[in-house]
Design a protein around this ligand. Structure first.
Ligand code: SF4
Ligand code: SF4
Length: 362
C-alpha cells in the first residue's frame, strides 16, 4: 500500500471485520487502545459499532494531557504568579484544570502564558528575552521527550541562564504493566501506540506480553491499520499465545530510534511519577538528569510538583484505566462538555471523553 486511500479501502475493511467476527469467541474480547490518537481514529471511523458484540475497545491512558495531574498545573501557575516566570506551553495544556484554576483562566487574569509549537520555540523566546525567566511546560511521552531533551541541550550549549523546563514526561510500557495487572480492567490484548513505538521500539512491550500473558500489537492510525491490529490480537488469543507483533512495520522497528533514545538517556533519568487518576507508577517518569539540573524548573525554583489524588466527582481516572466508558461518567455531556471541561479527558483533542462527545458514544 502506497497511498493513504489504500489504508481506508472499504472492501478490505469489510473483509477484516468478517475475519475479526470469525475469530472472536462467544464473549466480547476486551482490548485496550493505549494511545489517544487511536481512540480518536476508532471513534471517527465508526469502528466500535462494526465490532459490537465481539470486541470491546477500552480507551487507555495514552494522552499526555489527560494524565497530567492537577498538581502540575498548580505548580506551573505558581511559577508564573510567585516567581514571575513567563510560561511557554503547548496549546492543548491551557484548558486542563488544576485544583482551582487553569492556565487559560490565569492568562485571562494577566498571567503571561505563551503558546509555542515546539520546545525549541521556548528556547528562542528565552534567548530573545534575557531579563525574563522562561519556563517551558514539558509535557509528553517518549515521543515528545527527545524534543524536550533537545531543547534543554540547546539551551545548555547556548549558555542560557533564563530557560528551564517543568518536566512532566511519562513512559508508556510501565503504565501498561499496571493496567495489565489490574484484575478489574481485565485486558485481553493491547493495541500499542504507533508514535511511541517508533521511538522506543516494539521490543519495549515484551515484558508486558511475557509477564502478563497479554498479546500486544503495534498498529498505525488508519482504519485498516486498526482493524488489522485488532485481527492480529484476536488471532493470538485464538492460538493461545501472547507476543509482540508489529502491524506498523512501515515505520516502527523492534529496536526503535537509537538516536532519540540516546538523547533521552543523556537528558533524563527514570523516576516514579504520578498519573492523573491512576496514581504513582514506579519508574514511569523521566526527570531531568543532575547534569542539567539548572534547567529543571522544580529544582531551580525549589518548587516541586506535588501529586495528590483528584476530587471524587471526576471519573477520568476510571476512564483512563478502562474501567468505565466516558458515557458512564455522570458528568459526561452535562457538567462536563468540551466548552466547559470538568476533567482533562474532555479537554484534549485526543481525550476519550472529547472523542466520545464529538463522534458519539458508538
Ligand atoms: S504522542 Fe503519539 S503515541 Fe503518544 S498518545 Fe499522542 S498520538 Fe499516541
Ligand atoms: S466526562 Fe468529564 S469528568 Fe467525566 S470522566 Fe470524562 S472528562 Fe472526566
Amino acid at each position: 500500500m502506497k497511498y493513504i486511500d489504500d489504508f481506508r479501502d472499504p472492501a478490505t475493511a469489510k473483509a477484516l471485520v468478517a475475519r475479526i467476527r470469525r475469530d472472536a469467541g462467544d464473549a466480547p474480547v476486551r482490548l485496550m487502545e493505549v494511545c489517544g490518537t487511536h481512540t480518536v481514529a476508532i471513534a471517527r471511523c465508526g469502528i466500535r459499532p462494526l465490532l459490537s458484540g465481539v470486541v470491546t475497545m477500552l480507551s487507555g491512558p495514552g494522552c499526555p494531557v489527560c494524565v497530567t495531574p492537577d498538581g502540575y498545573i498548580d505548580a506551573a501557575i505558581a511559577l508564573g504568579r510567585k516567581r514571575g516566570a513567563l510560561l511557554a506551553s503547548f496549546g492543548d495544556m491551557l484548558r486542563v484544570p488544576g485544583k482551582t484554576s487553569s492556565l487559560e483562566k490565569e492568562k485571562g487574569a494577566g498571567l503571561e502564558v505563551r503558546v509555542v509549537y515546539s520546545p525549541l520555540d521556548a528556547v528562542t523566546l528565552a534567548a530573545a528575552m534575557p531579563d525574563r525567566e522562561v519556563v517551558f511546560l514539558g509535557v509528553g511521552f517518549e515521543t515528545t521527550a527527545p524534543a524536550i531533551g533537545g531543547a534543554i541541550r540547546t539551551a545548555a550549549e547556548r549558555g542560557l541562564k533564563n530557560f528551564s523546563v517543568l518536566a512532566s514526561v511519562r513512559t508508556i510500557p510501565e503504565a501498561m504493566g499496571v493496567l495489565a495487572a489490574d484484575p478489574e480492567v481485565r485486558i485481553e490484548g493491547f493495541l500499542c501506540p504507533a508514535h511511541v513505538s517508533v521511538v522506543i521500539g516494539t521490543d519495549a512491550y515484551l515484558p508486558v506480553a511475557r509477564r502478563y500473558g497479554i498479546p500486544c500489537v503495534v498498529a498505525g492510525f488508519e482504519p485498516l491499520d486498526i482493524l488489522m491490529g485488532i485481527s492480529m490480537l484476536l488471532r493470538q488469543k485464538k492460538e493461545g499465545i501472547a507476543r509482540v507483533e508489529n502491524e506498523y512495520s512501515r515505520v516502527a522497528t523492534s529496536t526503535g530510534n537509537r538516536k532519540a533514545q540516546d538523547l533521552i538517556r543523556d537528558v533524563f533519568v527514570p523516576c516514579d511519577t504520578g498519573w492523573r487518576g491512576i496514581g504513582v507508577i514506579p519508574g514511569s517518569g523521566l526527570r531531568i538528569a543532575d547534569r542539567y539540573a539548572s534547567f529543571d524548573a522544580e529544582r531551580k525554583f525549589d518548587a516541586p510538583v506535588v501529586f495528590a489524588p483528584e476530587g471524587s466527582a471526576c471519573r477520568c481516572g476510571d476512564v483512563l484505566k478502562g474501567k468505565i466508558l466516558p458515557v458512564d461518567c455522570p458528568l459526561f455531556g452535562k457538567a462536563c462538555v468540551p466548552e466547559e471541561p470538568y476533567g482533562p479527558c474532555m479537554v484534549s483533542s485526543e481525550g476519550s471523553c472529547a472523542a466520545y462527545y464529538k463522534y458519539g458514544a458508538q
